[in-house]
Design a protein around this ligand. Structure first.
Ligand code: B12
Ligand code: SF4
Length: 476
């Protein structure tokens, strides 16, 4: 019950330990603010639906206990995110437990993983009443209204449900064409403190994610585009200005995580956002971080970003091998990369590079190309992900013919091996992973940058937390 009324819906996502996601890197891992759920909560609140967002990801309670707590809140509906592939088994277990405790509760699901494989998920979990495909802000309100009024979901786009023993899908996956008509995300329901910024980002008191656009026009083969798609939809500058103003006044936010998949999609747009953040919000001491493609950088980018309050940038570089960049359809000119990195770092911004190892066709030579690149370019931080075959990514189809898939969905994190390409043995893949990390984090320029940013005390704290990593990954 909430405010004395029966609760309409609880939106939730299952708990996980940091080691389940980050493996041996759990000492630098952190929980992420549930962007998916804060947008859904906003749209439900706008429709006057009594909503509670219960993000359980960082909780330490058992799934059984949480199911019990949710049922005790007495909601009519529970919306469970079947979003991140590595958490799917847990989401489905939570659903079964809730339904067992209170069969009358209607279960609605949605999210990236669900949208990629809806039939498979519905078949695996008969307790799901209805699934929503794609961006669900509008559909979830329609679904709740229809079911409350005892109507079926007829006429609602992008839903999947059961009729007798069959699965019925209506229309196509949902896309919000005009994102400006959406309400601002609601952060009020969540305790902000468990979500701390990643190590490579500036540490400030109140850190919140925002997105300035949905969609990315590129088509990298490892990247799941099932929900947000390739058609870019920009929030207007007025919308963003009002939203950041609200976040500042309500939460005293002083650090924004621009969580766009690819921040600099056009130069005009880049300039408009930098101007907004510089002219309106720098005086509130708001700094921010973003991810962008290296090829969108020019000699003015670093300064423009810094002057607007940006303090960290991440480039998706993926590999130092042109062969692997082709496999990933990552249109990146490796010869320009050293200069692009300098253009950002010369502006005073901390730069992280994200790499993937172990995609189809990866071999000793391509790993050695990545090591050579890492020696050549300047970065402050580097992350390396084991290649993950996500069900919604283009590379997924036929992946079983290009190597060996390991385990079930729970190891599709990027920090555990879930695929071994037929061109490498497991030992070679693990050796390559260790060598790339070792090469990067033993570079004198990187050690100096870490000392500058974290101080010797900070570094010794990070290292002491990461003893098992150092032992098993670096020295082993
Ligand atoms: C911002 C972002 C983050 C942020 C915020 C996380 C969050 N909760 O969304 C951070 C940095 C924390 C993050 C972390 C991770 N991320 Co991330 N992230 C993104 C990114 C770039 C943009 C998301 C975004 O803008 N969302 C905007 C909202 C509006 O869209 P949405 O999140 O999809 O939610 C809509 C629908 O999916 C649906 N929906 C979602 N949940 C639910 C629940 C219900 C009940 C219903 C009905 C509908 C519904 O409705 C929502 C509203 O429209 C996406 C890229 C992408 N293409 O999606 C990757 C993406 C979602 N992330 C991905 C991954 C793998 C991760 C990590 C697991 C990586 C890792 N190993 O650490 C972590 C784990 C997160 C965690 N819980 O700690 C993958 C997921 C692929 C998969 N199948 O698992 C994506 C798709 C990127 C990719 N590689 O392809 N991520
Ligand atoms: S990896 Fe980045 S650039 Fe490539 S499609 Fe995904 S979001 Fe776009």
């Amino acid at each position: 019950m909430l405010n004395g009324q029966k609760l309409g819906i609880v939106l939730t996502s299952p708990p996980f330990g940091l080691e389940e996601n980050f493996g041996l890197l759990d000492f630098v891992g952190q929980y992420g603010t549930p962007i998916n759920l804060v947008y859904l909560a906003a749209s439900l609140a706008k429709a006057n639906i009594n909503t509670r967002l219960l993000d359980l990801s960082y909780g330490t309670e058992s799934i059984e206990m949480l199911a019990k707590n949710i049922v005790e809140m007495n909601p009519e509906f529970v919306g469970v995110a079947v979003h991140f592939t590595f958490l799917v088994n847990k989401s489905l277990k939570l659903i079964s437990l809730i339904k067992k405790l209170e069969p009358k509760i209607k279960i609605i699901v949605g999210g990236v993983h669900f949208t990629a494989v809806p039939q498979e998920t519905m078949n695996e979990c008969p307790e799901i009443d209805i699934g929503i495909l794609g961006e669900a802000e509008e559909a979830i309100v329609e679904v709740m209204r229809a079911l409350k009024e005892g109507r079926g979901p007829a006429g609602i786009n992008g839903v999947i449900f059961r009729k007798e023993k069959n699965l019925i899908t209506l229309g196509s996956s949902n896309t919000i064409t005009d994102v400006n008509k959406l309400s601002f995300p609601i952060f009020d329901h969540i305790t902000l403190s468990p979500y701390s910024p990643a190590l490579y980002k500036e540490k400030r008191d109140i850190n919140l994610p925002i997105i300035t656009a949905r969609g990315c026009p590129f088509a990298c083969t490892f990247c799941d585009r099932t929900v947000l798609g390739r058609n870019v939809r920009f929030y207007s500058i007025d919308y963003l200005s009002e939203m950041i103003d609200m976040l500042f006044k309500k939460f005293k936010v002083n650090c924004l995580d621009l969580a766009d998949e690819n921040f600099c999609i056009t130069k005009n747009r880049f300039n408009e956002i930098c101007e907004l953040l510089r002219d309106k919000f720098l005086k509130y001491n708001i700094t921010w971080s973003c991810s962008m493609r290296a090829d969108s950088v020019d000699s003015y980018t670093g300064k423009a970003l810094y002057d607007a309050g940006c303090r960290s940038v991440i480039f998706g570089i993926e590999s130092g091998s042109s062969k692997m960049l082709n496999v990933y359809n990552k249109k990146l000119h490796l010869d320009e990369l050293p200069e692009k990195c300098r253009m950002i770092m010369d502006g005073g911004i901390s730069l992280a590079g994200s790499f993937i190892i172990g995609g189809p066709g990866e071999d000793k030579e391509s790993i050695s190309d990545t090591i050579d690149l890492i020696k050549k370019i300047d970065l402050d931080y580097m992350f390396l992900w084991y290649f993950v075959p996500f069900p919604g990514s283009p590379i997924y189809h036929g992946i079983e013919n290009k190597g060996t898939l390991l385990g079930d969905y729970s190891n599709r994190t990027g920090h555990h091996i879930s695929f071994i390409p037929s061109t490498l043995s497991r030992e070679e893949l693990e050796d390559g992973y260790r060598s790339i990390y070792r090469t990067f984090y033993s570079k004198p320029s990187v050690i100096m940058s870490m000392v500058r940013r974290h101080g010797l005390k900070g570094i010794s704290q990070i290292c002491s937390k990461g003893v098992k990593y150092l032992n098993r990954f670096i020295f082993n």
